[in-house]
Design a protein around this ligand. Structure first.
Ligand SMILES: NC(=O)c1ccc[n+]([C@@H]2O[C@H](COP(=O)([O-])OP(=O)(O)OC[C@H]3O[C@@H](n4cnc5c(N)ncnc54)[C@H](OP(=O)(O)O)[C@@H]3O)[C@@H](O)[C@H]2O)c1
Ligand SMILES: *[C@@H]1O[C@H](CO)[C@@H](O)[C@H](O)[C@H]1NC(C)=O
Ligand SMILES: *[C@@H]1O[C@H](CO)[C@@H](O)[C@H](O)[C@H]1NC(C)=O
Ligand SMILES: *[C@@H]1O[C@H](CO)[C@@H](O)[C@H](O)[C@H]1NC(C)=O
Length: 352
């Protein structure tokens, strides 16, 4: 007889006794049966909802926000990466686009590309504002920015500009300048641009605001990117609060919970299942406006995880619920990324 069999024989009388108990107390057994059923039903309904939103249901049509009717889309941090893709794809959907970042040449090239690739029957305009969002104290710069927005019928605002640490680093070792820049760009500048745009949207009774969140702020805390994670967490709460304030005024506000995307910031050059290209990522976002997808019913209203693999990850992590495991994993991951980054710096130094 195996160990398992002998153990089973040992416990069998107890199992039978439990059964008897349940028969003698139908109220108790019914209660536990109902509890089990409800738990299972909740799990099934949730999984079904996530799959339906991620793979089947279309999001809100961008026409609601004025696509093709002369409305503008404002995209910050648009000279490359995810922001540039937002500008290109929103123009294709029929918005005029205003793009902003520091690199004037890259912005001009983008403006030309948008205007020249617009279909002849659609008159899509584009303009650029060169702006350094880390220089918040420069009031004259902000006046110039506000001047460029004046009189525009803005239907969409993508608060995309964001800064992270150059590489993962312990908070105690990070430079004060880098920490301040991250706070200024991710929090202060985002709040300021929103304050410039939202009142006009309220007057026109239509608008969409997309805030670029991150798993580090909305899902799993992020050791060695503490300041960055904190700013993204701010965006998530800012979004949920603002969304409720303006939802009856025809305005939708969403925080995009994002895992890795190929870009200069992520330093991922090759796309994979979990790290899409900006093009595929932005396409998913614009197809799923107004849906929560992987973030559905996770206690984070108006947070959305629209890219399918990110959504499944988000759903699974919330299902498992044991955040500390993922936080420790992230710590290890970032520690390795830092080591590789330091080795790369060493190699580059030797070459010179
Ligand atoms: N890539 C990812 O894996 C990932 C994951 C989660 C969230 N996100 C978020 O997605 C957003 C875009 O990131 P990305 O990956 O596309 O990064 P990226 O390719 O490095 O692009 C960043 C953009 O922001 C602009 N920018 C940076 N500092 C600026 C400043 N001080 N003033 C004005 N513009 C500035 C850059 O242009 P200039 O250099 O010309 O100024 C560039 O256009 C960020 O908010 C980021 O936190 C990214
Ligand atoms: C951010 O804005 C607040 C409030 O306006 C200001 O007190 C703070 O100095 C700003 N922080 C940075 C890092 O610019
Ligand atoms: C990538 O980012 C680094 C700093 O984060 C910057 O020095 C470099 O110019 C960027 N590369 C491109 C192609 O924009
Ligand atoms: C915001 O969240 C509320 C509550 O879950 C929901 O009713 C509303 O449709 C959401 N709006 C957007 C734009 O996601």
């Amino acid at each position: 007889m195996s160990d398992f069999d002998s153990q089973l024989l040992h416990y069998l009388p107890q199992v039978l006794r439990t059964n008897e108990l349940l028969i003698q107390c139908p109220g108790v057994s019914l209660f536990f049966l109902a509890l089990g059923f409800l738990t299972f039903a909740k799990f099934t309904v949730k999984a079904f909802g996530v799959v339906l939103q991620t793979f089947v249901l279309p999001g809100t049509s961008l026409k609601k926000y004025g696509a093709g009717k002369g409305a503008w889309a404002v995209v910050t941090g648009a000279s490359e990466g995810i922001g540039k893709e937002f500008a290109l794809q929103l123009a294709k959907k029929g918005f005029n686009v205003l793009v902003s970042a520091r690199n004037a040449d890259a912005l001009q090239t983008l403006v030309n590309e948008i205007e020249s690739s617009a279909p002849p029957n659609k008159n899509v305009q584009a303009k650029a504002i060169v702006m350094d969002f880390s220089k918040l104290s420069d009031e004259s710069e902000w006046k110039r920015f506000e001047g460029a927005l004046e009189g525009l019928d803005i239907g969409v605002l993508v608060n995309n500009v964001g800064k992270s640490h150059r590489a993962p680093i312990y908070f105690t070792e990070a430079s004060t300048q880098e920490i301040e820049d991250i706070l200024t760009i991710n929090v202060n500048a985002t709040v300021r641009v929103t304050k410039m745009v939202l009142p006009g949207m309220v007057n026109r009774k239509r608008g969409l605001i997309l805030n670029m969140g991150s798993f580090s702020g909305t899902g799993i805390a992020s050791p060695m990117l503490a300041t960055y994670a904190g700013t993204k967490s701010f965006l998530s709460t800012f979004t949920s609060s603002l969304a409720e304030e303006v939802k009856h005024k025809g305005i939708d506000v969403q925080c995009l919970n994002t895992y890795f995307v190929v870009s200069n910031m992520s330093q991922i050059r090759k796309s994979s299942i979990t790290a899409p290209t900006p093009k595929n990522y932005v396409r998913a976002v614009l197809q799923k406006v107004g849906l929560a997808c992987g973030a559905l019913w996770t206690g984070r209203p108006n947070v959305s995880t629209p890219y399918w693999s990110h959504g499944i990850l988000d759903y699974l992590m919330n299902l498992i619920g044991w955040k500390m495991v993922f936080i420790r994993y992230t710590h290890g991951l970032h520690s390795n990324i830092r080591k590789r980054y330091l080795r790369k710096l060493e190699r580059e130094a030797k070459k010179q």
